[in-house]
Design a protein around this ligand. Structure first.
Ligand SMILES: [Zn+2]
Length: 482
């Protein structure tokens, strides 16, 4: 009996513990559900505020149509700094400041001019734009025979005798079979970046590069290039030709390999000048020493007005702080917006910001950049540990009503890359990429090319992600960051 009594007691104890556990599990489940529905409600508030009372589009209108292209060191870049600082101050943030940084100053000079000469006196003008960082042609321009190559590998395989004294024409197109157009861009941008260095070493006199554009049109797309440590005499002028121009040049060359190409450009590199990153923040109510940063780059190329690249990312990042205030959310961690200077031709702003973060020993829970155009947001890419990615993936259902569903491991953004040693998660907003390279770095990148709803939806998606990180900070912090 004694044994049976003990047995019964044990049984009842087990039943009791089981019930307790069930109720605890039930409560935990209920808590999780309550939390998820509170978070869903917050996302709805954020989206509604962005779509009914957004500021991104009007800020972008001013930046694009009243200021315009904002190349580092230009008057427009200075105006953009003053304007965005003033707008951030008007939001009533806890702190707004400018972070000084020295930036390179490259100027385009007079409008470029180019033609294909099929036979002496028989010419066809083609649109070109100097690549950023290029030297000028000799005064009066440069005329030479042309060697077409499909990339740097192809150039290196040629008989060096065929390159000396020629203009090298890099004509590798972006791969149209890539669904993510950024992959197509990465696949051939080396010819723009290093083509002149490689061709200069072989004795070429100039370089013409097919524009990084999947569409056939008449807009040349500029972009950064570098001579590396090539001696000055070997530095040859480099320009982008429009995709239609590239097709015409290639066809003409096939008909007659002895045609000549002429181009003239007067760009030059000046001394570095002082510029600034524009920074604003809301201090965290519980852990102000931990920072969540959102940003884009304030500089742009001088062609077009830099609306998609990256005016859109700047105003969306500013909106994150505005929206959190609008919906009455009090952040636990410090939420900071950084408008980085000089992404396009130097990355000095991104490096400077990361340098200061390291110097102060600040830790960033999340750094999120928007630098892929102001198109419909499709998701986010995350540069973090697999455990953290799993944590983030649990939020995916919250974004599904907003058609934001691509969460994947991948790169983040050029400006926040240098922050990696001091950040738990780096992330990039991933909008639809199909039209981005129609505009990127060209005269076509203007305010009219941005759709208001798409822009504000991107801002809402970013605000939602920032809110979720603030409300559920990553559990698996790297050692030493707690
Ligand atoms: Zn950009």
């Amino acid at each position: 009996m004694k044994y049976t009594g003990m047995y019964c007691l044990r049984q009842w104890t087990l039943v009791f513990l089981g019930l307790l556990l069930c109720s605890r599990v039930g409560m935990a489940q209920q808590n999780a559900e309550t939390m998820a529905s509170a978070e869903a409600a917050m996302l709805e508030k954020i989206y509604n505020a962005s779509l009914t009372d957004g500021a991104a589009y009007e800020w972008l209108r001013y930046l694009s149509t009243r200021i315009g292209g904002r190349l580092s060191g230009s008057v427009q870049a200075e105006q953009a700094i003053t304007y965005t600082k003033k707008e951030l101050e008007a939001l009533g943030l806890d702190r707004v400041w400018l972070q000084p940084v020295m930036v390179p100053k490259w100027v385009r000079g007079k409008a470029e001019f180019a033609y294909i000469e099929s036979t002496p006196g028989n010419t066809n003008n083609v649109p070109i734009r100097a690549l950023g960082g290029s030297v000028a042609t000799p005064v009066g321009g440069l005329k030479a025979g042309v060697v077409e190559v499909s990339g740097i590998e192809d150039l290196k395989s040629r008989d060096p005798e065929d390159i000396i004294g020629k203009i090298v024409f890099f004509n590798r197109p972006m791969d149209p079979t890539r669904i993510n157009t950024f992959e197509a861009y990465s696949g051939c941008v080396d010819q723009r970046h290093s083509g002149a260095k490689e061709a200069g070493m072989l004795g070429a006199v100039g370089v013409i590069v097919r524009s990084m554009n999947l569409r056939l049109d008449d807009f040349p797309h500029t972009g950064s290039m570098s001579y590396g440590d090539l001696p000055v005499p070997q530095r040859i002028p480099a320009a982008a030709i429009s995709t239609n121009g590239a097709e015409l040049l290639s066809t003409t060359l096939k008909l007659n390999p002895d045609i000549k190409f002429y181009f003239a450009q007067s760009c030059r590199q000046l001394e570095d000048v002082e510029s600034f990153n524009v920074i604003g923040e809301i201090k965290g109510s519980e852990n102000p020493e931990k920072v969540i940063v959102v940003g884009g780059h304030l500089d742009s190329w001088d062609l077009g007005d830099g609306s998609h690249d990256d005016g859109a990312g700047c105003v969306q990042s500013m909106v994150v702080l505005r929206l959190l205030k609008k919906v009455g959310y009090t952040p636990k961690h410090t939420i900071r917006v950084v408008l980085f200077m000089n992404e396009e031709n130097g990355l000095r702003g991104g490096r400077k910001y990361a340098e200061e973060v390291a110097r102060k020993g600040e830790h960033h829970l999340l750094a999120l950049e928007s630098d892929a155009g102001g198109f419909s947001p499709r998701g986010f890419s995350f540069d973090c540990s697999p455990e953290l990615l799993n944590q983030v993936l649990a939020w995916k259902p919250l974004f599904e009503p907003y058609l934001v569903h691509q969460f994947y491991a991948g790169g983040s953004g050029a400006d926040i890359g240098p922050l990696k040693p001091n950040a738990t998660v780096l992330a990039g907003l991933r909008p639809d990429s199909q039209r981005y390279f129609d505009y990127h770095h060209s005269d076509a990148d203007t305010f009219e090319a941005v759709n208001r709803r798409e822009l504000e939806l991107g801002a809402a998606a970013m605000t939602s992600l920032v809110y979720l990180f603030d409300n559920n900070p990553p559990k698996a912090l790297p050692p030493g960051s707690e």
